[in-house]
Design a binder for this molecule. Structure first.
Ligand SMILES: *[C@@H]1O[C@H](CO)[C@@H](O)[C@H](O)[C@H]1NC(C)=O
Ligand SMILES: *[C@@H]1O[C@H](CO)[C@@H](O)[C@H](O)[C@H]1NC(C)=O
Length: 491
């Protein structure tokens, strides 16, 4: 039985994992200090205004190690850049450092030989306080809207600069959260508009790592809000985890999880090593983008990897990064020049498969016949069965609603670039809630179906029809952690 299960696992894994290859890193070029002085711009330094940052990891669970690790790394970077603790607000579930799976208790790393990025990270909003509501209240600086947490908010003024960094799973038009409900793009954009209307910032930069992250801003973020956003992926593709088991470079042997995400690692390793007074947002965007292009071409398959995107007021990208992240004085002599540090095209794992990779690696390493091996197998199979249940249910609902032939077509429809994925967000929310009521939580993996549900809305389907089709399609919900109703969109 165990051998059979192992073979089955291997086959499932081989068919669902998306892994590609990597090249050798280029070296940093170190310029003499004279040229660094020459490159130093005037006028946009820290002369006025305060730098604020909001850092948020939208997941929990050890298999999602990398998102909280990314956020901790960002915190260290900003501190070295000169931002103060009082101006950095961190939202993370905080279940990694002391997780029983963590081979180095109390320590979080974001690269194979990286330092501990966990030390000193403020615990502003942790556990069940990492909510959409608190995230929005933090951005808006509205203390009365908070529930729990440290009470720290972006208490900014008109001359201030704000940096927001989010790392997690996502799907078309949505971002994950470690708590219920998840976050809809429309609500986030409304919060940004409200922040702008309150006149409490000069400019705002948003870096977003998630699958289909382009869909959060595409056709939704207007120009004129003084917001510049870049995303790990366009509106239609996955983003990628990196430093994963079995890769090169791989995490230390005892880690059975990916340590970081590709886009996040790319911008942070760039910011870690350069003088941010000499590098513009645009240059960083190009660096990160180039690393993805290089990786795609190295692999020879354009389906592997994502397209880094930029949205909003692109004029802002001429600004130097120091305005948002500060700069580490130790990098003063490391000046940015075009292409001087082309990020190594890291080998990567599709974000959506990183949980399977964790269970597989755990299974592979556990001693034959051990409880641990059995547990890993169970987790893997539960995750797979949840995936199949969700995929099949969505397909079946579409067939029930539109017929055998038209159903699959409706699901596969993509709107032209520049258009948001749905016009009526309330319809989308209602249909998602209806689906989850009958079919169980979409959970992390199921977010990939948001476009399908949006298409069902766009085709004019309303709540009662959706309820009827969902009830027919989902007679049973597989039991287990992955299908439970404790994580999803339904508040
Ligand atoms: C702050 O949040 C509270 C509670 O949600 C709300 O009633 C109030 O209008 C908000 N204040 C501002 C300035 O938006
Ligand atoms: C930069 O170079 C100058 C001149 O060589 C040197 O005095 C200074 O200590 C260097 N700064 C750093 C941070 O390495």
């Amino acid at each position: 039985m165990t051998r059979f299960a192992a073979v089955a696992l291997l086959l499932l894994l081989a068919s669902s994992l998306s892994v590609d290859s990597r090249e050798i890193p280029d070296d940093l070029i170190r310029l003499p200090s004279e040229s660094s002085r020459f490159f130093r711009p005037h006028g946009d330094d820290d002369s006025e205004g305060t730098r604020w940052a909001v850092l948020i990891a939208g997941s929990n669970g050890y298999w999602n190690y990398r998102h909280q690790s990314d956020v901790c790394h960002a915190y260290q970077l900003l501190r070295k850049g000169g931002l103060k603790d009082e101006n950095i607000i961190v939202l993370m579930y905080d279940d990694i450092a002391s997780n029983e799976e963590n081979p180095r208790p109390g320590i979080i790393i974001n690269s194979p030989d990286g330092d501990n990025v966990y030390s000193g990270v403020p615990k502003d909003y942790t556990g069940d306080d990492v909510t959409v509501n608190n995230f929005f209240a933090v951005i808006l600086g509205n203390r009365t809207a908070l529930t729990g947490g440290s009470g720290k908010v972006v208490d900014s003024g008109p001359n201030d600069h704000i940096f927001i960094y989010y790392s997690d799973h996502g799907g078309p038009g949505v971002l994950g959260m470690p708590t219920n409900p998840f976050m809809y793009a429309k609500d986030l954009i409304d919060v940004l508009k409200k922040k702008h209307a309150s006149g409490t910032y000069k400019s705002l930069v948003f870096y977003l790592e998630a699958c289909e992250s382009g869909s959060i801003f595409e056709g939704l973020l207007p120009e004129g809000l003084n917001i510049y956003a870049t995303t790990a992926a366009n509106a239609e593709e996955s983003s990628w985890g990196t430093y994963c088991p079995g890769e090169n470079p791989s995490p230390p042997e005892e880690y059975e999880t990916c340590l970081g995400d590709l886009y996040s690692i790319a911008w942070m390793e760039d910011s870690d090593t350069h003088n941010m007074r000499t590098e513009t947002l645009r240059q960083q965007y190009e660096q990160v983008s180039a690393s993805e292009v290089k990786r795609r071409t190295a692999n020879g398959n354009s389906a592997y990897g994502s397209h880094v995107m930029q949205y909003g007021d692109l004029e802002l990208s001429k600004e130097h990064i120091v305005l948002y992240m500060g700069t580490n004085p130790a990098n003063d002599n490391y000046t940015y020049v075009d292409e001087n540090f082309l990020q190594p095209p890291a080998k990567a794992v599709n974000q959506r498969d990183a949980d399977l990779l964790h269970f597989w690696d755990k299974f592979r390493k556990a001693p034959e016949g051990s409880t641990r091996k059995f547990e890993a197998q169970k987790q893997f199979l539960e995750a797979m069965s949840h995936r199949m249940h969700i995929d099949n249910s969505v397909k079946m609902i579409a067939k029930l609603l539109f017929g055998i032939e038209r159903g699959p077509e409706v699901l596969k429809t993509f709107r032209p670039a520049g258009q948001p994925l749905v016009d009526d967000w309330d319809c989308l929310k209602t249909l998602v809630r209806t689906f989850e009521t009958h079919c169980g939580s979409l959970s992390q993996y199921g977010m990939k179906h948001m476009r399908s549900i949006a298409n069902i809305c766009n085709a004019g389907i309303r709540e009662e029809q959706m309820a009827e089709a969902s009830a027919q399609a989902c007679v049973t919900i597989p039991s287990g952690h992955w299908s439970s109703l404790h994580k999803g969109f339904s508040a």
